[in-house]
Design a protein around this ligand. Sequence first.
Ligand code: PGA
Length: 236
Amino acid sequence: MKFIKFKNEKDASLFVANELIASIKTNPSIKLGLATGSTPIPLYQDIANDYAKNKTDWSHVSIFNLDEYIGLSENHEQSYKVFMYNHLFSKLNVNLKNTHFPEHGINYDELIKKNGGIDIQILGIGTNGHIGFNEPGSTLDSLTRVVDLTPETIQVNANKFFNGDITNVPKTALSMGIASILKAKKIYLLAFGKSKQYAISELKKAKAFNINFPASALALHPDVTIIYDEEAESDL
Ligand code: PGA
């Protein structure tokens, strides 16, 4: 794992946006794995700004999102489909037919494989080390499946996206598994702010997979870059 520390979230997000834009220019039909949550919002804003200015062509890019809540209607404002549409897809000339989310009745891992695999995967990280919704206890061989959210994740997401009301947060989701994520050719994990200090310090120590800290699986991948800011650095 390579670690790159930035002064702040803004500089870090612009760096990743430029990496993605350069990759699309090299490979216009690139397959991207994208994430939701608060972390990638500035990244998506930078990509939208680039499109407004430079018209980078997204029409042949395929996007596979990491996860989706179970139980929210497709047009619920907190569904990840709506999140991605509002923050990114509506701002680009992306072909919505090329955008994918895990769904019941779809073999998502097979779909990704049929499309040639994910070239670049963007990840956030939970305060408990989850990637996607692979909570502690997820196994290294896990593929896309139904997962239970931990009380910690439900509370964090309630605070960020559901006005603090845990009763409105779905308790299950469909998530790419740890094995699904590790199949991506290149991975960027973004972590910003003090709440991610524990996650960054554990990632720095990770040498092998630890089932209690799912992101440790990234230590087994040959091309992972951890992008973090000064606030996420800790003395732990
Ligand atoms: P966040 O979530 O970007 O809202 O911090 C990250 C995650 O839970 O993976």
